[in-house]
Design a protein around this ligand. Structure first.
Ligand SMILES: N[C@@H](CCC(=O)N[C@@H](CS)C(=O)NCC(=O)O)C(=O)O
Length: 227
C-alpha cells in the first residue's frame, strides 16, 4: 500500500547518529555550486558536519596534482583523499554512508539511474552559461526547455505518480531527489525557468519539499549558494 506522503517521511538522519561515528569530511571545490552542489546538499540534508573548503583558481594547480584526474571536487575522509574524484562517485559514497542511497540494492540502482540521467540535463545547460547576451540566453533556454527539459520532466512526473510516495525511489528521500532539487534551483533555472515545472505538479512539489527541509533551508539561507 502506498500511503506515505512527503509530509510523513523525513530524511533518515538518525542513520548517521545511531550506526556510525561520523568521519571528518573535507569537501574541496570552488565557491560555485557546480559539481560540488549535490555532495553539499547530501551532507546538509543528513545533518553531517563537514569542512566546505572553497579554493580559488590560483590554488587549483597545487590541489589538483594530488588527484587522479587532476580535477575537483575532492572529498577527504579522515585526512585521506577519496581515490575517486568524480563528483557523482563522491555524492554516491556520501549518500550510501548517510542513508540517502536507497533502502536496498534495487532502490540504489534506481537512484543511480535517475542521477545518471541528470548528466545530460546539466550538459544541456552549458551553451547557455557560455553565452553572454541575455536575450540569446533566453532563446537558448527556451529551445533546451522544449527539446530536453520538458520531455524529461514528463517522464519524471509520471515516475513520481507511479511511485506514489512523493519521492523518486521507494518511500523515502534519496540523493536522486536532491539531484533534481539541485538542477531545478540553479541560477540559470532561477533566471529563466520560472515556468518549467508548471505542468509537473508532483515534481514541483518534490522540489519545494526539499527546499523546505530545515537543514537544507538553513544551508541555502546562509550559504554562498548563488552560482
Ligand atoms: N567528471 C568530473 C568533472 C570534474 C570537472 O570538470 N571539474 C572541473 C571543475 S567543475 C575542474 O576541475 N576543472 C579544472 C580542470 O579540469 O583543470 C566530475 O564530475 O567530477
Amino acid at each position: 500500500m502506498r500511503s506515505r506522503t512527503l509530509d510523513s517521511v523525513s530524511p533518515r538522519k538518525d542513520y548517521t547518529l545511531l550506526q556510525m561515528k561520523i568521519p571528518n569530511y573535507k569537501l574541496i571545490y570552488s565557491n560555485a555550486r557546480g559539481r560540488a552542489d549535490l555532495a553539499r546538499l547530501i551532507l546538509h540534508c543528513a545533518g553531517v558536519p563537514f569542512e566546505d573548503i572553497h579554493c580559488g583558481h590560483s590554488d587549483w594547480p597545487s590541489i589538483k596534482q594530488d588527484t587522479s584526474f587532476r580535477q575537483v571536487p575532492i572529498l577527504e575522509v579522515d585526512g585521506v583523499h577519496l581515490e575517486s574524484h568524480q563528483s557523482n562517485a563522491v555524492a554516491r559514497y556520501l549518500a550510501r554512508q548517510h542513508g540517502l542511497a536507497g533502502q536496498n540494492q534495487w532502490e540504489e540502482t534506481r537512484a543511480d539511474m535517475i542521477v545518471d540521467c541528470m548528466c545530460y540535463l546539466h550538459a544541456g545547460m552549458c551553451p547557455i552559461t557560455r553565452e553572454k547576451n541575455m536575450e540569446k540566453q533566453q532563446e537558448l533556454f527556451d529551445e533546451i526547455n522544449q527539446e530536453m527539459i520538458q520531455p524529461h520532466a514528463e517522464v519524471i512526473e509520471q515516475l513520481l505518480i507511479n511511485n506514489g510516495s512523493g519521492y523518486l525511489v521507494g518511500n523515502a528521500l534519496t540523493w536522486a531527489d536532491l539531484a533534481y532539487y539541485a538542477y531545478f534551483t540553479t541560477p540559470i533555472m532561477e533566471l529563466f525557468g520560472g515556468q518549467v515545472l508548471e505542468d509537473h505538479p508532483h515534481l514541483r512539489q518534490l522540489v519545494k519539499h526539499i527546499g523546505d527541509i530545515p537543514t537544507i533551508k538553513k544551508y541555502i539561507e546562509k550559504s554562498v549558494r548563488k552560482n
